[in-house]
Design a binder for this molecule. Sequence first.
Ligand code: 13P
Length: 265
Amino acid sequence: MRRFLIAGNWKMHLVRAEGMELVDAILEGSVGMPADRELLVIPSFTLLHTIAERIGKRALGLGAQDLHWEASGAYTSGVSAAMLRDAGCEWVLVGHSERRDHFGDSGEVLGRKLRAALAALLRPIYCVGEHLEEREQGRTHELLDRQFHDVLDGLAPAEMQRVVLAYEPVWAIGTGRTATPEIAQETHGFLRSLVASAYGQGVAAETRILYGGSVKPENASELLGQPDVDGALIGGASLMAESFLGIAQAGGQHTSGAQKRTGKT
Ligand code: 13P
Protein backbone atom coordinates (compact mmCIF):
# COMPACT_ATOMS: atom_id res chain seq x y z
CA MET A 1 0.00 0.00 0.00
CA ARG A 2 1.27 3.43 -0.92
CA ARG A 3 1.42 5.89 1.96
CA PHE A 4 0.37 9.46 1.33
CA LEU A 5 3.29 11.86 1.13
CA ILE A 6 2.38 15.42 2.01
CA ALA A 7 5.23 17.76 1.10
CA GLY A 8 5.53 21.49 1.70
CA ASN A 9 7.77 23.29 -0.78
CA TRP A 10 8.61 26.57 0.92
CA LYS A 11 10.26 27.92 -2.25
CA MET A 12 12.13 31.21 -1.68
CA HIS A 13 10.16 32.16 1.43
CA LEU A 14 10.85 32.44 5.16
CA VAL A 15 13.92 33.54 7.07
CA ARG A 16 15.24 31.50 9.99
CA ALA A 17 12.91 32.69 12.76
CA GLU A 18 9.88 32.26 10.51
CA GLY A 19 10.97 28.80 9.41
CA MET A 20 11.51 27.69 13.01
CA GLU A 21 8.11 29.00 14.04
CA LEU A 22 6.45 27.15 11.17
CA VAL A 23 8.24 23.87 11.74
CA ASP A 24 7.47 23.99 15.48
CA ALA A 25 3.79 24.47 14.71
CA ILE A 26 3.84 21.61 12.18
CA LEU A 27 5.60 19.31 14.64
CA GLU A 28 3.11 20.16 17.35
CA GLY A 29 0.09 19.80 15.05
CA SER A 30 1.18 16.57 13.44
CA VAL A 31 1.28 14.50 16.62
CA GLY A 32 -1.18 11.66 16.13
CA MET A 33 -1.33 12.00 12.35
CA PRO A 34 -2.75 8.79 10.81
CA ALA A 35 -0.04 6.24 10.04
CA ASP A 36 -0.95 6.13 6.34
CA ARG A 37 0.62 9.53 5.70
CA GLU A 38 4.11 10.92 5.79
CA LEU A 39 4.88 14.64 6.11
CA LEU A 40 7.82 16.47 4.63
CA VAL A 41 9.07 20.08 4.58
CA ILE A 42 11.31 21.48 1.86
CA PRO A 43 12.86 24.78 3.03
CA SER A 44 15.52 26.90 1.34
CA PHE A 45 19.15 25.76 1.61
CA THR A 46 20.00 28.26 4.33
CA LEU A 47 17.37 26.85 6.70
CA LEU A 48 18.16 23.17 6.30
CA HIS A 49 20.57 22.73 9.23
CA THR A 50 18.38 24.68 11.60
CA ILE A 51 15.20 22.87 10.61
CA ALA A 52 16.94 19.48 10.81
CA GLU A 53 17.99 20.23 14.38
CA ARG A 54 14.51 21.38 15.24
CA ILE A 55 12.96 18.18 13.86
CA GLY A 56 15.48 15.96 15.65
CA LYS A 57 14.21 12.40 15.74
CA ARG A 58 10.57 13.31 15.25
CA ALA A 59 8.47 12.08 12.35
CA LEU A 60 8.82 14.88 9.84
CA GLY A 61 10.88 14.50 6.68
CA LEU A 62 13.29 17.12 5.37
CA GLY A 63 14.11 17.84 1.75
CA ALA A 64 15.94 20.39 -0.38
CA GLN A 65 14.63 22.19 -3.44
CA ASP A 66 17.53 21.46 -5.78
CA LEU A 67 21.05 20.07 -5.93
CA HIS A 68 24.14 20.16 -8.12
CA TRP A 69 24.95 17.11 -10.22
CA GLU A 70 28.65 16.98 -9.34
CA ALA A 71 29.95 15.60 -6.06
CA SER A 72 32.24 18.62 -5.51
CA GLY A 73 34.34 21.11 -7.46
CA ALA A 74 34.58 24.66 -8.75
CA TYR A 75 30.84 25.29 -9.12
CA THR A 76 30.21 28.56 -7.33
CA SER A 77 26.78 28.51 -5.67
CA GLY A 78 26.37 24.77 -6.24
CA VAL A 79 25.16 22.55 -3.41
CA SER A 80 26.01 18.86 -3.68
CA ALA A 81 24.02 15.82 -2.67
CA ALA A 82 26.56 15.07 0.06
CA MET A 83 26.10 18.58 1.47
CA LEU A 84 22.35 18.02 1.57
CA ARG A 85 22.80 14.72 3.38
CA ASP A 86 25.16 16.45 5.78
CA ALA A 87 22.53 19.12 6.43
CA GLY A 88 20.04 16.42 7.42
CA CYS A 89 18.09 15.92 4.19
CA GLU A 90 16.63 12.67 3.05
CA TRP A 91 14.70 14.13 0.09
CA VAL A 92 15.34 16.50 -2.80
CA LEU A 93 13.17 18.01 -5.53
CA VAL A 94 14.41 17.53 -9.07
CA GLY A 95 12.92 19.27 -12.07
CA HIS A 96 10.47 21.65 -10.45
CA SER A 97 8.94 23.74 -13.24
CA GLU A 98 10.41 26.88 -11.64
CA ARG A 99 13.87 25.33 -12.08
CA ARG A 100 13.08 24.42 -15.66
CA ASP A 101 11.50 27.78 -16.56
CA HIS A 102 13.60 30.30 -14.59
CA PHE A 103 16.95 28.53 -14.40
CA GLY A 104 16.91 26.61 -17.66
CA ASP A 105 17.35 23.12 -16.18
CA SER A 106 17.21 20.80 -19.19
CA GLY A 107 16.31 17.13 -19.31
CA GLU A 108 19.99 16.29 -19.53
CA VAL A 109 20.90 18.34 -16.46
CA LEU A 110 17.94 16.94 -14.53
CA GLY A 111 18.97 13.40 -15.39
CA ARG A 112 22.38 14.08 -13.89
CA LYS A 113 20.87 15.69 -10.80
CA LEU A 114 18.53 12.77 -10.27
CA ARG A 115 21.39 10.29 -10.54
CA ALA A 116 23.54 12.34 -8.17
CA ALA A 117 20.69 12.30 -5.67
CA LEU A 118 20.25 8.53 -5.96
CA ALA A 119 23.98 7.92 -5.69
CA ALA A 120 24.05 9.83 -2.40
CA LEU A 121 21.02 7.87 -1.16
CA LEU A 122 18.75 10.89 -1.26
CA ARG A 123 15.18 10.27 -2.38
CA PRO A 124 14.35 12.41 -5.43
CA ILE A 125 10.91 13.83 -6.05
CA TYR A 126 10.93 14.24 -9.81
CA CYS A 127 8.49 16.92 -10.97
CA VAL A 128 6.78 17.00 -14.35
CA GLY A 129 3.96 19.09 -15.76
CA GLU A 130 2.69 20.89 -18.80
CA HIS A 131 2.12 24.58 -19.51
CA LEU A 132 -1.40 25.77 -20.32
CA GLU A 133 -0.59 26.08 -24.00
CA GLU A 134 0.51 22.46 -24.17
CA ARG A 135 -2.66 21.26 -22.47
CA GLU A 136 -4.82 23.39 -24.76
CA GLN A 137 -3.05 21.96 -27.79
CA GLY A 138 -3.70 18.41 -26.57
CA ARG A 139 0.03 17.80 -26.09
CA THR A 140 0.04 16.98 -22.37
CA HIS A 141 0.78 13.27 -22.74
CA GLU A 142 3.47 13.88 -25.34
CA LEU A 143 5.20 16.39 -23.06
CA LEU A 144 4.96 14.21 -19.95
CA ASP A 145 6.22 11.24 -21.91
CA ARG A 146 9.28 13.29 -22.91
CA GLN A 147 9.90 14.65 -19.41
CA PHE A 148 9.62 11.11 -18.05
CA HIS A 149 11.90 9.38 -20.54
CA ASP A 150 14.51 12.19 -20.81
CA VAL A 151 15.31 11.84 -17.14
CA LEU A 152 14.17 8.45 -15.88
CA ASP A 153 15.23 6.10 -18.67
CA GLY A 154 17.94 3.61 -17.80
CA LEU A 155 17.60 3.50 -14.02
CA ALA A 156 17.80 0.16 -12.26
CA PRO A 157 14.33 -0.87 -11.02
CA ALA A 158 15.64 -0.61 -7.46
CA GLU A 159 16.60 3.02 -8.16
CA MET A 160 13.21 3.80 -9.68
CA GLN A 161 11.60 2.43 -6.52
CA ARG A 162 13.27 5.27 -4.62
CA VAL A 163 11.89 7.97 -6.92
CA VAL A 164 8.64 9.78 -6.16
CA LEU A 165 6.91 11.53 -9.06
CA ALA A 166 5.09 14.83 -8.75
CA TYR A 167 2.62 16.01 -11.36
CA GLU A 168 2.49 19.80 -11.23
CA PRO A 169 0.61 21.39 -14.12
CA VAL A 170 2.32 24.77 -14.52
CA TRP A 171 -1.02 26.51 -15.10
CA ALA A 172 -2.14 25.43 -11.62
CA ILE A 173 0.97 26.57 -9.70
CA GLY A 174 0.32 29.66 -7.61
CA THR A 175 -2.70 30.56 -9.74
CA GLY A 176 -5.53 29.33 -7.53
CA ARG A 177 -6.64 27.29 -10.53
CA THR A 178 -6.37 23.70 -9.31
CA ALA A 179 -6.58 20.77 -11.70
CA THR A 180 -9.95 19.08 -11.38
CA PRO A 181 -9.84 15.69 -9.63
CA GLU A 182 -10.66 14.14 -13.04
CA ILE A 183 -7.67 15.82 -14.73
CA ALA A 184 -5.41 14.84 -11.85
CA GLN A 185 -6.58 11.21 -11.92
CA GLU A 186 -6.33 10.92 -15.69
CA THR A 187 -2.82 12.36 -15.75
CA HIS A 188 -1.60 10.37 -12.76
CA GLY A 189 -2.96 7.22 -14.39
CA PHE A 190 -1.01 8.08 -17.52
CA LEU A 191 2.19 8.63 -15.53
CA ARG A 192 1.71 5.33 -13.75
CA SER A 193 1.33 3.61 -17.12
CA LEU A 194 4.69 5.12 -18.15
CA VAL A 195 6.31 3.65 -15.03
CA ALA A 196 4.67 0.28 -15.78
CA SER A 197 5.94 0.22 -19.39
CA ALA A 198 9.47 1.19 -18.39
CA TYR A 199 9.86 -0.62 -15.06
CA GLY A 200 7.02 -3.14 -14.80
CA GLN A 201 3.69 -3.33 -12.98
CA GLY A 202 5.29 -4.08 -9.62
CA VAL A 203 7.34 -0.88 -9.54
CA ALA A 204 4.39 1.11 -10.96
CA ALA A 205 2.08 -0.12 -8.20
CA GLU A 206 4.57 1.05 -5.57
CA THR A 207 5.52 4.41 -7.09
CA ARG A 208 3.99 7.38 -5.35
CA ILE A 209 2.70 10.17 -7.59
CA LEU A 210 2.00 13.49 -5.87
CA TYR A 211 -0.21 16.24 -7.21
CA GLY A 212 0.89 19.87 -6.94
CA GLY A 213 -0.75 23.13 -8.00
CA SER A 214 -2.93 25.29 -5.74
CA VAL A 215 -3.67 22.50 -3.26
CA LYS A 216 -5.60 23.82 -0.27
CA PRO A 217 -7.48 22.23 2.63
CA GLU A 218 -10.73 22.86 0.73
CA ASN A 219 -9.76 20.86 -2.36
CA ALA A 220 -7.38 18.32 -0.83
CA SER A 221 -9.93 15.64 0.05
CA GLU A 222 -11.21 15.33 -3.50
CA LEU A 223 -7.71 15.30 -5.01
CA LEU A 224 -6.31 12.84 -2.48
CA GLY A 225 -9.40 10.70 -2.94
CA GLN A 226 -8.36 9.83 -6.50
CA PRO A 227 -6.94 6.32 -6.78
CA ASP A 228 -3.66 7.36 -8.40
CA VAL A 229 -3.04 10.48 -6.32
CA ASP A 230 -0.68 9.50 -3.52
CA GLY A 231 -0.04 12.83 -1.89
CA ALA A 232 0.46 16.53 -2.46
CA LEU A 233 3.31 18.89 -3.21
CA ILE A 234 2.19 22.17 -1.74
CA GLY A 235 3.56 25.67 -2.26
CA GLY A 236 1.60 28.63 -0.87
CA ALA A 237 -0.58 26.67 1.54
CA SER A 238 2.47 25.01 3.10
CA LEU A 239 3.67 28.32 4.52
CA MET A 240 1.02 28.25 7.25
CA ALA A 241 0.84 25.34 9.67
CA GLU A 242 -2.94 25.40 9.74
CA SER A 243 -3.41 24.96 5.99
CA PHE A 244 -0.50 22.51 5.62
CA LEU A 245 -1.88 20.33 8.42
CA GLY A 246 -5.42 20.76 7.08
CA ILE A 247 -4.26 19.24 3.78
CA ALA A 248 -2.33 16.52 5.59
CA GLN A 249 -5.44 15.51 7.50
CA ALA A 250 -7.63 15.45 4.39
CA GLY A 251 -8.39 12.46 2.26
CA GLY A 252 -9.43 9.92 4.86
CA GLN A 253 -7.84 6.52 4.76
CA HIS A 254 -5.66 6.11 1.69
CA THR A 255 -6.30 3.05 -0.39
CA SER A 256 -4.03 2.45 -3.31
CA GLY A 257 -5.41 2.50 -6.85
CA ALA A 258 -5.20 -1.25 -7.27
CA GLN A 259 -7.10 -1.81 -4.06
CA LYS A 260 -9.71 0.75 -5.00
CA ARG A 261 -10.24 -0.72 -8.42
CA THR A 262 -10.77 -4.21 -7.08
CA GLY A 263 -12.96 -2.91 -4.31
CA LYS A 264 -10.67 -4.32 -1.60
CA THR A 265 -10.00 -1.78 1.11
P1 13P B 1 1.23 26.29 -5.09
O1 13P B 1 0.68 25.28 -4.10
O2 13P B 1 1.56 27.61 -4.48
O3 13P B 1 0.36 26.37 -6.31
O4 13P B 1 2.64 25.71 -5.58
C1 13P B 1 2.74 24.41 -6.02
C2 13P B 1 4.16 24.05 -6.18
O5 13P B 1 4.84 24.54 -7.07
C3 13P B 1 4.75 23.12 -5.20
O6 13P B 1 6.01 22.67 -5.61
